[in-house]
Write a protein that binds this ligand. Structure first.
Ligand SMILES: Nc1ncnc2c1ncn2[C@@H]1O[C@H](COP(=O)(O)OP(=O)(O)OP(=O)(O)O)[C@@H](O)[C@H]1O
Length: 231
């Protein structure tokens, strides 16, 4: 379980997050939505240790991570798939996957067969360079690399951006599979409304660095969320 409590974040003098709180439970998809620039990516960066937060707390299963570095957050079970994927272009698919081993003990440096069940294309392309894959394949590689770290929390930043429809469907099925397995808390930042709405168990809507809606799907109307995230 991921708990974010009263998180604030600044870039220099600009305050971007103004006390964000949310919880994400294992086996559930928590969708974070909001218009451009409200702070969704900044929130994921703060949770994953990619940018320091100024105040508040991030905890996994009740343990406060206390301003973690990216490595410490990964060790604590937080995996982050950034917007734009950040696949290593000159490294092979295998090497990209193996980079996820960095936060695991040596005896766990094995790529689980489950990765190839979720993403069969990666098995065929193990020796291709990351930069030679299509955008959709790179997105699958980025999610697979995150799963290699055996996370308890998976943060996905706009995984459908610039991806063709059939791969978006595959990514949706992977998210559903992870939800059914019930081990990982999934936090999905997504602008593709129908994709996000279809997968969501809980909605967090942000506006200007603050949470304006935080509710389970059963308690919200589609149009309510749609109007909250439309300009
Ligand atoms: N490194 C940075 N330095 C200064 N300002 C930044 C930095 N990164 C983001 N910002 C600003 O912080 C605000 C929030 O950006 P952020 O990327 O978190 O929003 P977002 O909701 O993810 O937007 P989008 O949907 O466009 O990705 C924006 O005004 C952005 O310009």
């Amino acid at each position: 379980m991921l708990s974010v409590n009263d998180l604030t974040l600044h870039y220099g003098q600009s305050q971007i997050l103004n006390g964000v709180s949310l919880e994400a439970k294992p086996g559930a998809v928590t969708v974070v939505m909001g218009t451009n620039g409200v702070g969704k990516t900044s929130l994921l960066k703060a949770i994953s240790g990619r940018h320091p937060y100024s105040g508040g707390a991030v905890a996994v299963n009740g343990t406060d991570l206390n301003h973690p570095t990216a490595f410490q957050a990964a060790r604590a079970g937080i995996a982050y798939v950034p917007q734009g994927r950040e696949v290593f272009p000159l490294m092979t698919v295998r090497e990209n996957l193996e980079s996820g081993f960095a936060c695991l003990p040596k005896d766990q440096h094995v790529i689980p067969e489950k990765i190839f069940e979720l993403f069969p294309i990666l098995k065929d392309f193990m020796h291709r360079r990351g930069g030679d894959l299509s955008g959709g394949q790179q997105q699958q590689l980025a999610i697979a690399r995150a799963l290699i770290t055996q996370p308890r929390v998976l943060l996905l930043d706009e995984p459908t951006e610039g991806i063709q429809p059939n791969i978006i469907q595959q990514i949706g099925r992977v998210i559903e599979t992870l939800r059914e397995e019930g081990e990982i808390a999934i936090v999905l930042v997504e602008q593709y409304f129908d994709f996000a709405f279809g997968l969501a168990d809980r909605f967090v809507v942000m506006n200007r660095g603050a949470v304006t809606v935080n509710a389970p799907k059963a308690e919200v109307q589609r149009d309510q969320i749609l109007s909250a995230v439309s300009i």
